[in-house]
Design a binder for this molecule. Structure first.
Ligand code: MG
Length: 339
């Protein structure tokens, strides 16, 4: 097997760049693995709040030697080899893992979800993220999100109640709320969550700082809404630690280190009685489509990452009327749009 890679920069659609994203771009490294005339595609997305960057990914990929492997039938042996090259490097490992899964599905001509023995469902709805911004652009954003049945709202400011009240003048759709560790006081947090409960909010993600486990446990015990860990959980080893502290976990391929590990995290979370959200970074349709194959296993889905970018290199998972359509082609089922 032959591995190649190239750095690529995702650009946010113009309309998202003005108000809620201070960053205009997200760096990635794209991976391709070839065998017998077939190509598997993978991607490492590298938002600046994670520890990896294009350089660290490339330096990891330079250590990967797939020449010793001739077939993807040994997928799990290859993944273990990748994992043992070096600690960490989860996004880099995710890129290789995604490409290998794509190739493995192509080799036996089945879509990834079938390769993984996952039954597809007809009610896979993704949320769509609205940022914090001024009232007038909130209105525009609600219009943009017309196709989606669930909206994700980022809170964590002084004006949280005001923002929700303004949004409620514009839409009745259910909200997922993501606080990104933005609340500091557990009593104020509980007060906010009681308010949100009355506002058709389904769940609250990462309300308190990730290191504040004691207050989070206190909050979860009293909260009328599920409290979901995002920043507090990076990978499989973190799940056990949060089982009595959060109600659920946001699992992302880039945090987990790829499809195999994310799948194992989902199973482990269920074992621990934790609810599962499958989420994403800003990613192209390559990694987003990979995550969509796992989405039938999740309680909640937040896979809007490719909707926000203007220079997607792939087409794959589609969203119609808020509903996720997983492609039927072999492997991920993505098509590369240009070279
Ligand atoms: Mg989050």
């Amino acid at each position: 097997m032959k591995l190649t890679y190239y750095p690529y920069t995702l650009e946010l659609k113009q309309r998202f760049t003005i108000s809620f994203h201070s960053r205009l771009t997200t760096p990635t490294v794209m991976v391709e693995i070839e065998q017998d005339g077939l190509t598997g595609y993978g991607e490492a997305s590298l938002p600046p709040y994670l520890y990896e960057n294009q350089q660290s990914v490339i330096s990891f990929l330079n250590k990967v030697d797939l020449k010793q492997f001739e077939r993807t039938e040994n997928l799990y042996a290859i993944l273990q080899y990748i994992d043992e090259i070096e600690e960490g490097n989860n996004a880099a490992k995710a890129a290789v893992d995604i490409a290998l899964h794509d190739l493995a599905g192509k080799m036996i001509n089945v879509p990834l979800y079938r390769y993984l023995n996952i039954n597809i469902k007809d009610d896979l709805y993704s949320s769509y993220t609205l940022g914090i911004s001024e009232v007038k652009s909130l209105k525009e954003k609600i219009v943009e999100a017309a196709d989606f049945k669930i909206l994700k709202v980022k809170l964590g400011t002084e004006d949280d109640k005001k923002i929700i009240k303004m949004l409620r003048l514009l839409t009745n759709k259910p909200f997922y709320v993501d606080v990104n560790q933005g609340w500091q006081d557990k009593y104020l947090a509980l007060d906010m969550i009681n308010f949100l409960k009355e506002q058709n909010v389904i769940l609250v993600e990462q309300p308190l700082p990730m290191l504040n486990l004691e207050d989070t446990a206190w909050l979860t015990e009293r909260s009328p809404l599920p409290i979901i860990a995002d920043e507090a959980v990076q990978n499989l080893n973190d799940l056990e630690k949060i089982k009595n502290i959060y109600s659920g976990v946001n699992i992302k391929l880039m945090k987990a280190g790829g499809i195999n590990k994310a799948y194992r995290m989902i199973l482990k979370a269920k074992q621990l009685n934790l609810k599962v959200m499958i989420g994403c970074m800003t990613e192209s349709s390559c990694a987003i489509t990979a995550a969509s194959h796992l989405s039938p296993l999740a309680d909640w889905i937040d896979l809007d990452g490719a909707e926000l970018i203007s220079n997607d290199l792939f087409s794959g998972m589609k969203i119609y009327d808020g509903k996720i359509i997983i492609p039927e082609g072999p492997g991920l089922g993505v098509k590369k749009l240009r070279n």
